[in-house]
Design a binder for this molecule. Structure first.
Ligand SMILES: Nc1ncnc2c1ncn2[C@@H]1O[C@H](COP(=O)(O)OP(=O)(O)OP(=O)(O)O)[C@@H](O)[C@H]1O
Ligand SMILES: [Mg+2]
Length: 205
């Protein structure tokens, strides 16, 4: 847990409420948290869901792994501590997006259960949707979309999730999708169906 360093700070209440922003956007601000091994399909799936929602006039934003490490989290590496801080900051940013009324999607390996639970705890119960992008390690390694598994096997990358660093699968994700068995279209539709079922977006428009 990050330490609160600043004192003498007061929360200033916004004049336009979160509810008013949501009415304007006709959707509920929420965080869809994709988690899974490298190459499991988090980025591909998050972007496919964003595309479908955008076509339905919904406001979305995808926060993605490497992009965030180029900026906000450029001072963090891949040690357990830095991974935890990486996810803590992303959780806070995603929460701000959700508060703004946006359907925020995060596509990070986020291998530690405790870190994901910390991100979940920032949102109201039904506003955090954990999507376990399940895919066997051998299939991810076969895909090797970024050539990282090859490097990890050769010992060129230390602390690589699935090879030399752990991945803790979710115990109670809202949605679990096996991308080795389901098509991208099927996976994306399953996420949309969950958002509709839980009234985060209005049904099919
Ligand atoms: N059902 C599916 N859903 C998503 N991706 C799929 C699916 N089936 C096959 N794929 C393929 O799997 C690959 C997933 O790569 P992607 O970059 O999205 O993974 P990632 O989880 O974001 O990895 P990383 O953590 O390294 O960023 C892509 O080449 C994609 O086309
Ligand atoms: Mg990715």
């Amino acid at each position: 847990m990050a330490q609160q360093k600043a004192t003498n700070i007061t929360w200033h209440q916004a004049t336009v409420t979160a509810q008013e922003r949501e009415q304007l956007l006709n959707q509920k601000g929420c965080v869809i948290w994709f988690t899974g091994l490298s190459g499991s399909g988090k980025s591909t799936l998050a972007n496919a869901v964003a595309q479908l929602l955008h076509q339905r006039q919904h406001h979305t934003y995808v926060l993605d792994g490497d992009n965030v490490r180029h900026g906000l989290n450029k001072n963090l590496g891949f040690s357990p501590e830095d991974r935890a801080e990486n996810i803590r900051r992303i959780g806070e940013v995603a929460k701000l997006f959700a508060d703004a009324g946006t359907i925020a999607m995060t596509a990070f390996i986020s291998p530690y259960r405790a870190d994901r639970e910390q991100a979940r705890a920032l949102l109201a119960d039904n506003r955090f949707v954990e999507v376990f992008v399940e895919c066997p390690l051998d299939v991810c390694e076969e895909r090797d979309t970024k050539g990282l598994y090859k490097k990890a096997r050769a010992g060129e990358i230390k602390e690589f999730t699935g090879i030399s660093a752990p991945y803790e699968p979710p115990l109670k994700s809202e949605v679990t999708l096996n991308t080795a068995e389901l098509s991208l279209e099927e996976c994306a539709q399953a996420v949309i169906a969950f958002l509709e079922e839980t009234d985060l977006v209005p049904a099919g428009r």
